[in-house]
Design a protein around this ligand. Structure first.
Ligand code: AP5
Length: 222
């Protein structure tokens, strides 16, 4: 399934990053995490990062034209045989249209669109206890998935931190932005082949197995 192309959608805290990492590894494809790319550019104080920073810290989306340019730039060097899981892109209908136009021009298509649904209560609970490693991107949860040594990343030994946009007021804003700007994508993709809706409130391993089973049964990936 090495050429499979998927996107994963869902509210903040749905488990997109957590699932995308595992599912991409199991399918033998790359995981492209748009939020992590944006954070890397902000931390590196690049031109894009400087423009994106204030939007991200306020819980808003980075303007479509900036994100589309950056993400399509990253995808354009890949061959059609290279599969990937896009996590956090597209996030608006304009971004989805930009991606589909780009893929069509290359004779490619999206094979699966995975929608992870969770309640607002779950989102707030998970994000307030999430921690991450800025050095390698590993994600933890101090309530349910803490690192072995408090404050230290299991994978690279870096210091783990709370994301500035996981503060309660910013989380509420992100959920509002999600509802207004990203939820319409569910309707945009619902009728397309390969749309899979999964209950993200379930245990993480159950979610992974459900997605992999549906992807294998769907037969859209080689
Ligand atoms: P981004 O980093 O993508 O943030 P997000 O979409 O809000 O998603 P999150 O990373 O918060 O959540 P997740 O669903 O990945 O959950 P996770 O797996 O970590 O984007 C950040 C910002 O960048 C945006 O706000 C925007 O400003 C900008 N940006 C990015 N892309 C953009 C775009 N396309 N256009 C414009 N702007 C863009 O899990 C959360 C926690 O829950 C973790 O602690 C995890 O351990 C735990 N957990 C996960 N699954 C389970 C489970 N099943 N059971 C129990 N705990 C679980």
């Amino acid at each position: 399934m090495g050429s499979c192309k998927l996107i994963i959608l869902g509210p903040p805290g749905a488990g997109k990053g957590t699932q995308a990492r595992v599912i991409a590894e199991r399918l033998g494809i790359s995981h492209i995490d748009c939020g992590q790319v944006v954070r890397g550019e902000v931390n590196g104080e690049t031109g894009f990062g400087k423009q994106a920073k204030e939007h991200m810290l306020a819980g808003r989306l980075v303007p479509d034209e900036l994100i589309i340019d950056m993400m399509l730039g990253r995808l354009s060097g890949r061959s059609s045989y290279e599969g990937y899981m896009l996590d956090g892109f597209p996030r608006t209908v304009v971004q989805a249209e930009g991606l589909e136009k780009f893929l069509t021009a290359k004779g490619e298509k999206l094979d699966y669109i995975i929608y992870l649904g969770i309640s607002e209560e779950t989102a707030v609970r998970r994000l307030s206890s999430r921690r991450y490693c800025p050095a390698c991107g590993a994600v933890y949860n101090i309530a349910t998935m803490p690192p072995k040594v408090e404050g230290i990343c299991d994978k690279c030994g870096g210091e783990i931190k709370q994301r500035p946009d996981d503060m309660p007021d910013t989380v509420i804003e992100r959920l509002k932005v999600y509802e207004a700007e990203t939820l319409p994508l569910v309707d945009y993709f619902r009728e397309s082949g390969g749309y899979l809706a999964v209950d993200g409130d379930k245990d993480g391993e159950e979610v992974t197995e459900e997605v992999l089973k549906a992807v294998k049964a769907g037969g859209r990936c080689k």
